[in-house]
Ligand binder design. Structure first.
Ligand SMILES: Nc1nc2c(c(=O)[nH]1)N[C@H]1C(S)=C(S)[C@@H](COP(=O)(O)OP(=O)(O)OC[C@H]3O[C@@H](n4cnc5c(=O)[nH]c(N)nc54)[C@H](O)[C@@H]3O)O[C@H]1N2
Ligand SMILES: Nc1nc2c(c(=O)[nH]1)N[C@H]1C(S)=C(S)[C@@H](COP(=O)(O)OP(=O)(O)OC[C@H]3O[C@@H](n4cnc5c(=O)[nH]c(N)nc54)[C@H](O)[C@@H]3O)O[C@H]1N2
Ligand code: SF4
Ligand SMILES: [Mo]
Length: 742
């Protein structure tokens, strides 16, 4: 008799946090489908979510540590791997802890273990140089939030379920399933918006799946969203249809004065949208009862990412849509976050650019070096020891060829990763986590970004196999070794104890801690648990919906463990001014660091439009990819190649390029060759490639991915163009030349 069971868990692959229903027969996952009873996703799932069983079984997925030798990477046991780290890294650390760096990749945010224990590695390393995928992604949004609201985690999200006019810029949630706006089933939610008579407007140089669904698609020129938003703002004011919160009128008036001159007429040619259409767009937003503006990746990876993010909030505020149901609202993280902990709205003044990198003087914001400088810092000899956790910067970071070469110069590199891939092949030691189905899951980060307040915990679905360690322990042992302790179970327990103490002391320091709660009771309540689950329990119980260790009805890990489909905490509620942490106690719309960027924005109006000799390169995502790392699953890569360059028919015929021809794309940084896909979905002057491909390097162990290698778009992106406010790399609107090969 087969042993068949059903398990439920949240998908850890992307921000949509879909509930999954897994059928497990004799210890193997035989089916994954959407969990119809999940309180948030109600059965929605995408093709990636069904592959977690295949990922678990992928023979290329690492089960044992690898140590680099003269003849390549060889398996080692855990003790030996940590001994190599201690033998090789500790002498380097003893010389100079400043000559160290860490890179944290995107899946860190999706891993409870890595979220909680990655910090211990940073502390143990004592490094001043933290890098992450944020500076090739959302950092401008966070920097804008830091200035506007006092905290970078205070990010407004679109209230998709209640809006009646949604203006989406630089986002393709039909494919990406959303970002900085956690919502399973974006397609269903957008269709529901339209079914209730609402409107979707998409601004994107490409007619994406999302744009196809839109009531109106405006094909903007890349990098110019800040100009469009400025023109919408001036137009709302000119028509006298703005309706801001009275408390914000003064600061918004100063912004409006600063925006004078950014009229629809003035920006139309540069943004590539007729002035009359910009004016109509402003009118549509103003006439709507519950408008909402939301912008994402296409607007942040530009030289004006921070300014665009700011102007999104300015337009929302002018529309009276900020912090209002149906507008752009602030979630309340059930595991707590900086914006749930303090009742005091008055924070310190924030200023940008106080710290700078050593080689090219780039801003270090929110404690992180822009990843664009990693290669130059290595070249300058500043990185003796490098740690990467869940990242593949050799594919995901600008001028990837240069970084690939620079990594050879790092004295000692250790990676915590599931694969021997383009990045980890440089590592002296690779420490593999178990598969996602073997760890517990809770989305610590997405509670800050969720369009509904929801809490959902998943225990591991499959046990660890012989010789595997939980991910938190892999990372905790690494922290222990780098901190000079032992790299065994005892070392991990030491680090675990320290991380728990930190969380427990946070409880007692909280404004909301009941007066009779003492440290003893906090400790006693977590008895029997270790690792991330123990810390998570403390965070939940002391969070905004917490049970305060038996003082109320609220959330605890026990309660969530008994709710496999999640706990719905209701729609978002207005939170201003309570969550602000600014000197004025209001949003600082006229923050001087933001206002002072308007002169630079003015010069952007006058910059020449590319589009004839030189095209502008933009990026896309594909439904069956997840950044760079799911291409080793046959089911996701089979069929026609997805790594193509989409070209407008006019641009293609002007170059003698036919659909399917191999083309050469060349930028100041490098060149790639990919098949052309001729389509009027891209606006003239634009060429569009997906990111995350290029699995053609030697020394990897990705048998399926290397058979579907594709080309790496980041061979074309330069390191020298960044948003000077946030340090984020420009990845879109890169000038390129495109020609047929041969
Ligand atoms: N299937 C899949 N889903 C994913 C991922 C994945 O790799 N695959 N990655 C996940 C991650 S890490 C993230 S951050 C999210 C990102 O999710 P989204 O923010 O939705 O980003 P993209 O899907 O890349 O869509 C960005 C859009 O911006 C457009 N664009 C480019 N330049 C400009 C511009 O200058 N202005 C405007 N207005 N638009 C522009 C592009 O054409 C593209 O359609 O997706 C997540 N989800
Ligand atoms: N040109 C261009 N470049 C881009 C983008 C773009 O749109 N265009 N998008 C940017 C964005 S938004 C992002 S977020 C970055 C992503 O950039 P990265 O985070 O650097 O790259 P990923 O491809 O997500 O690599 C994830 C790595 O983590 C490993 N991994 C997966 N799950 C786990 C886990 O649970 N634990 C551990 N320890 N390892 C795990 C995988 O094997 C892989 O090596 O790329 C950025 N780069
Ligand atoms: S949309 Fe994202 S969370 Fe949902 S199943 Fe797909 S990968 Fe998983
Ligand atoms: Mo991302």
């Amino acid at each position: 008799m087969a042993d068949t069971r059903t398990a439920y868990r949240t998908c850890p692959l992307c921000e949509a946090t879909c509930g999954l229903e897994l059928t497990i027969v004799d210890g193997s996952v035989t089916r994954i489908r959407g969990d119809q009873a999940d309180v948030f996703s109600a059965g929605f799932i995408c093709p990636k979510g069904t592959t977690l069983g295949r990922f678990h079984e992928d023979p290329d997925r690492l089960r044992r540590p690898l140590v680099k030798t003269e003849s390549g990477h060889v398996e080692a046991d855990w003790d030996e791997a940590y001994r190599v780290i201690s033998d090789r890294a500790l002498p380097l650390l003893a010389q100079d802890r400043d000559r160290t760096a860490i890179y944290l990749g995107n899946p860190t945010v999706h891993s409870l273990d890595a979220m909680l224990f990655g910090r211990a590695v940073i502390t143990a390393l004592g490094t001043p140089s933290v890098y992450s995928a944020s500076t090739v992604d959302q950092r401008p949004r966070e920097v804008a939030s830091g200035l506007l609201y006092g905290l970078s985690v205070t990010i407004p999200v679109p209230d998709v379920d209640r809006t009646d006019t949604l203006l989406l810029l630089g986002a393709n949630p039909y494919v990406s399933n959303g970002s900085l706006a956690t919502a399973p089933d974006w397609p269903g939610r957008i269709e529901a918006l339209q079914a209730r008579g609402g409107t979707l407007i998409v601004v994107d140089p490409v007619r994406t799946r999302t744009a196809e669904q839109a009531d109106l698609h405006l094909a903007i020129r890349p990098t110019t969203d800040a100009l469009l938003l400025a023109a919408i703002a001036t137009e709302l004011v000119r028509r006298d249809v703005h309706r801001p919160d009275p408390a914000d009128v003064d600061s918004l008036d100063r912004v409006i004065a600063g925006l004078a001159g950014f009229t629809p007429d003035a920006v139309a040619d540069r943004v590539g949208i007729p002035a009359s259409e910009i004016s109509d767009l402003a009118e549509r937003l103003a006439e709507s009862e519950r408008p909402c503006v939301y912008a994402r990746l296409g607007t942040t990876v530009t030289p004006f990412g921070t300014t665009a993010s700011w102007l999104v909030d300015v337009v929302n505020a002018l529309l009276g849509a900020l912090d209002r149901p149906g507008g752009a609202m602030f979630p309340t993280n059930p595991a707590g976050s900086k914006n749930t902990r303090s009742e005091d709205p008055h924070g310190r003044e924030q200023r940008l650019g106080r710290r700078r990198t050593s080689v090219s003087n780039r801003p270090i914001e929110l404690g992180e070096h822009p990843v664009a400088v990693l290669s130059e810092e290595i070249e300058a000899g500043h990185v003796g020891v490098l740690v990467t956790i869940a990242g593949n910067p050799v594919l995901s970071c600008p001028d990837s060829q240069r970084l690939d070469e620079a990594l050879e110069d790092v004295d000692f590199m250790v990676s915590v990763d599931c694969y021997l891939n383009e990045t980890t092949r440089h590592a002296d030691v690779i420490l593999p986590p178990p598969s996602h189905l073997q760890k517990s899951h809770f989305d610590l980060a997405f509670g800050n970004l969720s369009i509904r307040n929801v809490a959902n915990y998943s225990p591991p679905v499959l046990p660890l196999d012989e010789g595997e360690l939980p991910e938190w322990e892999v990372i905790a042992r690494l922290a222990a070794v780098l901190g000079g302790a032992s790299g065994d179970r005892a070392g991990a327990e030491l680090v675990d104890g320290m991380m728990f103490d930190q969380a427990a002391s946070g409880v007692l320091a909280s404004d909301r801690c009941p007066p009779d709660l003492d440290e003893e009771s906090v400790r006693a309540s977590s008895a029997g648990r270790t690792g991330p689950d123990r810390i998570l329990d403390v965070l939940l119980r002391s969070g905004p919906w917490g049970d305060w260790f038996g003082h109320g009805e609220g959330l605890s890990l026990d309660r969530l463990s008994n709710a496999p489909h999640g706990v719905d905490l209701g729609p978002l509620e207005p939170r201003l001014p309570g969550i602000l942490s600014t000197p004025s106690g209001r949003p600082e719309f006229d923050h001087p660091d933001l206002m002072s960027d308007l002169d630079r924005l003015r010069t952007h109006v006058a910059e020449p439009n590319h589009g004839h000799d030189r095209l502008e390169l933009v990026n896309r995502r594909t439904l069956r990819s997840n950044n760079s790392w799911m291409h080793n699953l046959e089911i996701l890569v089979k069929g026609k190649p997805r790594c193509t360059a989409m070209l407008n028919p006019d641009d293609a015929s002007a170059r003698g390029i036919a659909d399917g021809d191999l083309v050469r794309i060349e930028s100041a940084a490098g060149l790639v060759e990919v098949p052309a896909e001729v389509t009027d979905a891209v606006r003239p002057g634009v060429v569009c490639m997906p990111h995350g491909w290029g699995h053609d390097r030697d020394g990897t162990r990705l048998r399926v991915a290397s058979a579907h290698a594709g080309a790496n778009v980041n061979r074309l992106t330069p390191t020298d163009s960044i948003d000077p406010l946030s340090g984020t790399s420009q990845l879109t609107g890169i000038p390129v030349e495109v020609a047929p090969v041969g």
